[in-house]
Ligand binder design. Structure first.
Ligand SMILES: Cc1cc2nc3c(=O)[nH]c(=O)nc-3n(C[C@H](O)[C@H](O)[C@H](O)COP(=O)(O)OP(=O)(O)OC[C@H]3O[C@@H](n4cnc5c(N)ncnc54)[C@H](O)[C@@H]3O)c2cc1C
Length: 561
């Protein structure tokens, strides 16, 4: 049995920031991660991280909070939003003091670029490889504090004893052993769930594990119907071309060569918020003004020098996938699944309803993004709430006693896995994954309606039942059994997809990323509430609307850009 006071599941930005905070506070902390931390999806983040430093134009945390609340289509909890925006400048300086190499202005202060939905340029960046640079900074800090990392350990279940969190069960991928990891406080920082869709900007490891684990452990999952489709992903492979391109001045064009965004967002144009830009691009394509099923991202007027200095990775990604050089050719792009605003329900300190269980980063729903996240706010969320969750976990463990090791959960998990391994026929998980991907991509996309959402809900319930009844793992080996690990991932993804589809069907309004063609208006009378989904074995989740949105300063008004 492995034992620590604080265990962080996930080695992305949220997980590493949490671990460093706990280590700085003197806690006995470890990270459990299914891959090496610096390979986490956070490393793919390109555009930047928001903080109202006011280095290139007047700005304040209050302005940042207002933009975020408006961007969330007023579904974000404003107390959490204010906490995040107030802490942002301090956290950027914290990173900077630990050696994070941000791009700079000629006078030496940190550079900031404009991003969608923001009133002033407040996105700090490291060219267009921001996530990678911050990730390596935090990795150095882990090394500095000698934080123990259990790498290639796949967490499978949450342990609770006497109604408090008692750690997790994890599968050691190197030798096929299940191990009990006992902890007084557990922080889930397992990232997103893009892989529930056929095409996504997310990495292969973004498979909703933490969500599925918490959900099964009795924690509700919140606001999952709000899935962000990023306006500019590559048709060829779904890879993202960051909003930094538009931040630096790139245009979006239709087949007529028109900068179509001004029809949809007269003031902000290309720099409207993502839900608005994605709907606009998709509408152009649907109405026959696309180019081979895409619209075009045009960087040509920025000039070679600026592209090479500020957006080198974007140029390279496009060149690799399309053979087109953005310096002299517009790049075909279309909206792609990018981010889940929803996640494991927490309060503004990262605590869930189960004492000793926390969540942070994309896996969590705090909620700071509400119905639509602003670019640059997700990296910020990982840093701010990674640190906050660890701070609270460290305070919690001072008062909590020792927890009982959860042999019960270990045994149940062993039986679950043995069940799949003992069968020699049935359905393999990738088959069900393809069915889930298909129904999500066809029926729970940018524009939604009752008929398609009902189809998705029905399909997913069938997929859930087929998985529970028939799934088997063909590879019986103990060493790096990726067949088995993938089955566990698909299991969690199905749960997450069911929360998305059920939440979207039940929410009869359009708000942020949820655009219902049959309910095109936002309904503040009825729907200023969060969607909480509770797991029911083999059935659709039970939905509960008891959590109201917290408003501090900004009552909902018409949202335009
Ligand atoms: C291509 C791309 C570009 C982006 N650009 C930006 C940007 O410019 N600005 C911005 O603000 N946001 C951006 N985002 C969003 C942002 O990067 C992510 O939301 C954020 O980095 C998520 O960090 P995280 O720490 O929560 O999760 P991740 O970085 O995804 O890390 C998850 C960790 O959990 C571990 N894990 C998962 N499941 C298990 C398990 N079962 N057992 C053990 N370990 C597990 C993984 O090993 C990994 O270490 C971008 C996202 C993408 C996909």
């Amino acid at each position: 049995m492995i034992k620590h006071d604080v265990v962080v599941i996930g080695g992305g930005l949220a997980g590493m920031r949490a671990a460093v905070e706990a280590a700085e506070r003197g806690a006995d902390v470890a990270i459990v991660s299914k891959m090496h931390p610096v390979r986490s999806h956070s490393g793919a983040a390109q555009g930047g991280i928001n903080a109202a430093l006011g280095n290139t134009a007047e700005d304040t945390p209050a302005n940042h909070a207002f933009d975020t609340a408006k961007g969330s289509d007023y579904l974000g909890d404003q107390d959490a939003i204010e906490a995040m925006c107030d802490d942002a400048p301090r956290q950027i300086i914290w990173l900077e003091h630990r050696g994070c190499i941000f791009s700079r202005l000629p006078d030496g202060r940190l550079a900031q670029r404009p991003f969608g939905g923001a009133g002033s340029p407040r996105t700090c960046y490291s060219a267009d490889v921001t996530g990678l640079v911050i990730l390596h900074t935090l990795w150095e800090q882990l090394e500095r504090f000698n934080v123990k990392v259990y790498e290639e350990y796949f967490c499978t279940a949450l342990c609770t004893e006497d109604s408090v969190g008692a750690g997790v069960v994890a599968y050691n991928m190197r030798n096929g052993q299940l191990e009990l990891i006992t902890a007084k406080a557990t922080i889930f920082a397992t990232g997103g769930c893009g892989r529930m869709y056929a095409k996504t900007t997310n990495g292969y490891a973004s498979t909703a594990d933490g969500l599925g684990i918490a959900f099964r452990g009795g924690v509700p999952i919140m606001d999952m119907e709000f899935v962000q489709f990023h306006p500019t992903s590559l048709k060829e492979n779904g890879v993202l071309l960051s909003e930094a391109a538009r931040g630096e001045g790139a245009h979006l064009l239709n087949s007529l060569g028109e900068r179509f965004m001004f029809k949809y967002a007269p003031e902000k144009g290309e720099l409207a918020s993502r839900d608005v830009v994605s709907r606009a691009g998709w509408t152009e394509i649907m109405q026959g003004r696309g180019v081979d099923g895409c619209v075009l991202l045009d960087l040509r007027h920025l000039g070679r020098e600026k592209i090479l200095e500020r957006l080198p990775q974007i140029r390279e990604l496009a060149l690799d996938a399309t053979g087109k050089d953005a310096i002299d050719t517009p790049i075909p792009i279309l909206p792609g699944m990018h981010y889940t605003m929803g996640g494991i329900e927490t309060d503004k300190f990262g605590a869930t309803r189960i004492p000793g269980i926390y969540a942070a980063g994309e896996a969590a729903c705090v909620s700071v993004h509400g119905a639509n996240r602003l670019g640059g706010n997700s990296l910020l969320e990982t840093i701010v709430f990674g640190a906050r969750a660890a701070k609270h976990a460290c305070e919690y463990i001072k008062e909590s006693g020792d927890v009982r090791p959860s042999e019960r959960t270990l045994k149940a998990e062993q039986e679950r896995i043995d069940g799949w391994l003992s069968k020699n026929e049935g359905i393999r998980a990738p088959q069900l994954r393809s069915q889930m991907n298909k129904t999500m991509s066809e029926n729970v996309f940018i524009f939604r309606n009752e008929k398609e959402l009902t189809k998705a809900v029905d399909d997913l319930l069938e997929i859930r039942k087929a998985f529970d009844r028939d799934v088997y793992v063909m590879d019986k080996s103990k060493t790096f059994n990726t067949d088995l690990v993938h089955a566990m991932e698909v299991d969690f993804l199905i749960d997450a997809a069911m929360c998305v589809a059920n939440g979207a069907l039940a929410r009869k309004e359009s708000r942020g990323a949820q655009a219902r063609t049959d309910y095109p208006e936002r309904d503040d009378e009825k729907w200023m509430v969060h969607t909480l989904a509770w797991r029911q074995d083999g059935q659709n989740p039970r939905l509960d609307y008891s959590r109201k949105v917290t408003i501090t300063k900004w009552a909902p008004t018409v949202r335009s850009y």
